[in-house]
Ligand binder design. Structure first.
Ligand code: ATP
Length: 235
């Protein structure tokens, strides 16, 4: 097809001192798709999406978003351009209210309608809008973290381990929300240690090992690939 990718990462290298966390990784996402980066703890997944969202400065390589070079663009600028990350560990401000946390997601636009849309999607947040966010359960805090990102009306959302530490029933709910976000037209880049689950939701997958892409392909093909299943998905 002739559709241009909304996100293109070419030969990305991320280092921390002498640690080479990401070694020449390339991948792309088509508009409206859900792609996933899976791999073990320490494989480099967070480093990659932190580089894309402007939190970490790459050593080399090139990142293109909607055709523009964003390799050195800072995170706060990217949020205004529609590229938003839901960070690992949720990073909710527990002493602020739920409403204040949502307002932070839209600090650059003060978009009350966007906050209202989040309340409609997550009624549990609306009911407790004036309570400290720290009073929410882990699953509710994940919904708040996702809601806070949605307030910025992203065209591309990056999610870092959204299912981490959550009970299976809540994981189902988180994945349902992720699939809804994608259905609404937002492109999703999902980083997960829960590889099987992530690949079931994704169109396309990249399996990372030691900072490199070990396998890539249509998510359904990766799930059917014995080498991938044995090495990365557990048997
Ligand atoms: P996790 O699921 O634990 O987040 P990951 O696949 O996301 O794992 P990264 O967090 O990107 O992997 O880490 C890749 C490598 O870089 C690991 O060896 C890690 O120890 C190292 N690393 C990550 N952040 C830093 C840092 N700030 N300083 C030094 N080394 C780091």
């Amino acid at each position: 097809s002739t559709t241009e990718p909304i996100l293109k990462v070419e030969d990305l290298v991320v280092t921390y001192g002498r640690v080479e966390a990401v070694r020449k990784v390339s991948f792309e996402a088509l508009p409206g798709s859900l792609i996933t980066l899976v791999g073990a703890n320490g494989a480099g997944k967070s480093s990659i999406i932190n580089a894309v969202s402007g939190i970490v400065r790459p050593k080399s390589g090139r990142i293109t978003f909607e055709g523009r070079d964003i390799t050195r663009t800072q995170a706060h600028t990217l949020v205004g351009e529609g590229l938003v990350q839901v960070p690992e560990g949720r990073q909710i401000l527990g002493t602020l209210t739920i409403h204040e946390n949502l307002q932070l997601g839209g600090w650059h636009t003060n978009d009350a309608a966007a906050i209202q849309a989040v309340y409609e999607r997550f009624p549990v947040l609306a009911e407790r809008r004036d309570l400290p966010a720290g009073a929410l359960s882990g699953g509710e805090q994940q919904m708040l973290a996702i809601g806070r990102a949605l307030v910025a009306r992203p065209t591309l959302i990056l999610l870092d381990e959204p299912s981490m530490g959550l009970a299976p029933k809540i994981v189902d709910e988180v994945f349902r929300v992720i699939e809804e976000i994608r259905t609404s037209g937002t492109t999703v880049v999902l980083v997960e240690q829960n590889a099987r689950r992530a690949l079931r939701a994704a169109d396309h997958g990249y399996v990372l090992a030691s900072g490199e892409i070990a396998h890539e392909g249509r998510a359904a093909d990766l799930l059917a690939d014995e080498r991938v299943v044995q090495a990365y998905l557990g048997v």
